[in-house]
Design a protein around this ligand. Structure first.
Ligand code: MG
Ligand code: MG
Length: 255
């Protein structure tokens, strides 16, 4: 926990720069969505993402971060997050979570989407939809005067009302010049209010929701997390700025 470290407040100009970074990331995700089809390898999607980000003047934030070997984290079905791109083929019936980060002019943006490839069972489709709803319910709590806890409470309430498991060991975070800044942003109620939200804070809110148990384990590749019961998991994430009103989503490609 790094909660004692000071949370950096961004100026409106800095938030605009982060929005520019987020716009490249949103466009990259749109491009990847169009290519996330049966028969493509995860490595090919990674290559497309790196090429896209560099051609837009950005740097792939994840590449080399802690030694991570890819531009995207790509996590399929029971993989929760931090999946490594490689020769694996996307196939019909997969759910594919793609997490990506862009550094543009020194400012980081971070977001994730989960794609449904073809037909999946209704419960799996619902998992993906509810996880996205959890993200937006969390964002709705991200307002000046609220506390970090309010975000996790909103996410957990909606996920558990649908009998899904909320991942505990991985959390959202502050974003800025670094991908991971204080504060941590849990998706569940830790029992602590955490820091109060103030205008100019920028957070990555990122619910990771499992069809079954919330427990996860890490594979011996040192990166990939999978669900302990091997049921599917979904992940949605936006980088958002706290304003005097509703949070401004920096990674939706809008505005
Ligand atoms: Mg991310
Ligand atoms: Mg993140």
């Amino acid at each position: 926990m790094r909660q004692r470290e000071k949370i950096k407040i961004k100026t409106p100009r800095e938030i605009n720069l982060m929005k520019e970074s987020g716009n490249v990331l949103a466009a990259c995700h749109d491009m990847l969505a169009a290519h996330c089809r049966p028969g493509v390898t995860t490595k090919e999607l990674d290559r497309l993402a790196e090429e896209f980000i560099r051609s837009h003047g950005g740097v792939p934030t994840f590449l080399g971060y802690g030694g991570f070997p890819g531009t995207i984290c790509i996590s399929i079905n029971d993989e929760v997050v931090h999946g490594i791109p490689g020769p694996r083929l996307i196939k019909e019936g997969d759910i594919v979570s793609i997490d990506c980060g862009v550094t543009l002019n020194g400012w980081v943006s971070d977001s994730a989407r989960t794609h449904i490839v073809g037909e999946v069972p209704p419960a799996v489709r619902k998992l993906v939809e509810v996880t996205k709803e959890c993200l937006y319910l969390g964002i709705a709590q991200a307002r000046a005067g609220k506390f970090i806890r309010d975000i996790g409470l909103a996410v957990q309430k909606h996920a558990e009302a649908n009998n899904f498991g909320v991942v505990r060991v991985l959390v959202g975070h502050g974003v800025g010049r670094q991908m991971h800044e204080p504060p941590q942003v849990p998706n569940y109620d830790t029992g602590m209010k955490g820091p109060q939200l103030k205008e100019g804070m920028v957070l990555a809110i990122e619910p990771m929701i499992n069809l079954g148990t919330f427990n996860v384990c890490q594979l011996d590749d040192g990166w990939t997390y999978v669900t302990a019961d091997h049921q599917p998991s979904a992940h949605w994430e936006h980088t958002v700025a706290i304003t005097s009103g509703e949070a401004k989503i920096l990674t939706d490609g809008l505005d």
